[in-house]
Design a binder for this molecule. Structure first.
Ligand SMILES: [Zn+2]
Length: 117
């Protein structure tokens, strides 16, 4: 599926940008992975433990969905959120498709609009 593949390549781009910006802001840290909610890993068709980027392992971390965490050997206790990057755009399209609800009537039979008299 070409569509799924482009979604993944977009995601990979976001991940590598996130890791790069983490490394830039935390020059003393060594990043070794990316954490995602198990739910996101599943719906993106990824696998926990796979090397998603060179030297970066995908890890289910129980964090919030729609975002990923850069995993590193540094200390982020106080500023953990700083290492969290949004990936909503990459993932949300799928969610949005599922949320489309057409109340009543089949497609192609638009409701007849009556003039107000
Ligand atoms: Zn770090």
């Amino acid at each position: 599926m070409a569509e799924a593949r482009s979604k993944i390549s977009y995601l990979l781009e976001r991940l590598s940008q996130g890791v790069a910006s983490h490394d830039r802001e935390n020059p003393g840290h060594h990043s070794w992975g990316v954490g995602m909610a198990h739910f996101d890993i599943e719906r993106l068709g990824l696998e926990e433990g796979e090397e998603i980027l060179p030297g970066i392992i995908l890890q289910a971390d129980g964090g919030v969905t729609g975002a990923f965490r850069v995993l590193c050997d540094g200390d982020h206790d106080a500023e953990q959120e700083a290492a969290e990057e949004e990936m909503v755009e990459a993932v949300s399209q799928e969610t949005r498709e599922l949320e489309i609800v057409r109340p009543g009537g089949a497609e192609g039979t638009p409701e007849r609009i009556r003039p107000p008299f």
